[in-house]
Design a protein around this ligand. Structure first.
Ligand SMILES: [Fe+2]
Length: 279
């Protein structure tokens, strides 16, 4: 084999250049990345113009990023990479509540509220009682579990997207289970919303004939001592985007019932139990 670069030996030539003191995991990751990147270019016979288009696209993705906007994560989300990494890193026994993407709108240290409290501060939307139990895999209640919840408002925006328009901590709260493992709070039946689509990722979706919407969902982070943390959503099953989530976050087990509740404290009721597996 020639020591110089050729189409045939491209992968080996590039990877052979790596120094012997390279961190083993970095070496493993980069070797594999070069292998698949070159295979990709060879398989599709990447043209010079397409290569330039790709460089230009990634440059635009970088340039629109700011402290408030992370277009690369959006790119990862819409290509399914974020969900794949989440799946690889959160393999759980069947029956345990599944993870899904965290999303960009979580804010730490939301107000701790009492069970049954209302988290909707702007008075908009159709009220919904969310309730259920946190248990271990055998169904025993988990006491002292922290349930951090957040959703969009009835207009499809999170409070942090509309500072000065929505009250701070609108549709957010933290609840801590007692001995019975039960939780309950009143929010709204969430609504579907588009991911930010005014940048290069939005253009990409448009070119691919894809819409930017996420089906309506309530976000949860459930933590309890001795158990694996669950970062997840529950989804509204009859949402028009349930089968085409722009970021691929939907899983069968995360589609929750949303039932009209004429005699309840809210217009809707959504029961859902969280099953945690031991850490
Ligand atoms: Fe969300």
């Amino acid at each position: 084999m020639s020591q110089y670069f050729s189409e045939e030996n491209s992968v080996e030539t590039v990877n052979a250049r790596m120094g012997p003191a390279t961190d083993p995991r970095v070496a493993e990751v980069m070797t594999c990345l070069v292998k698949h990147l070159h295979a990709f270019a060879k398989e599709i016979n990447l043209t010079q113009a397409e290569w330039e288009f790709g460089i230009d696209f990634l440059t635009k993705v970088g340039k629109i990023c700011s402290d408030e906007r992370q277009e690369f994560i959006l790119l990862s989300d819409t290509l399914g990479l974020s969900m794949l990494v989440d799946a690889i890193n959160n393999r759980r026994p069947s029956g345990a509540t599944e993870n899904t993407v965290l999303g960009p709108f979580h804010v730490a240290n939301a107000p701790v509220r009492q069970m049954g409290d209302v988290i909707t501060l702007d008075g908009k939307g159709e009220t919904c009682l969310f309730e259920g139990m946190v248990t271990d895999l055998d169904g025993n209640p988990v006491a002292g579990a922290t349930i951090d919840v957040w959703s969009d408002n009835a207009d499809g925006f999170y409070d942090v997207q509309q500072p000065g328009i929505q009250p701070k901590w609108n549709n957010r709260g933290i609840f801590v289970t007692g001995e019975d493992g039960r939780y309950s709070f009143i929010g709204i039946k969430p609504v579907s919303y588009p991911i930010p689509d005014d940048g290069p990722v939005g253009k990409m979706l448009e070119h691919l004939g894809r819409h930017p919407y996420r089906p309506a969902h309530m976000h949860y982070i459930v933590t309890a001592p001795g158990f694996q943390t669950v970062v997840t959503h529950t989804f509204v099953g009859d949402d028009q985007y349930i089968s085409s989530d722009a970021v691929f976050g939907v899983k069968d087990t995360l589609v929750a019932p949303f039932e009209k509740a004429p005699n309840g404290p809210a217009v809707w009721r959504s029961p859902f139990n969280f099953k945690l597996n031991a850490a």
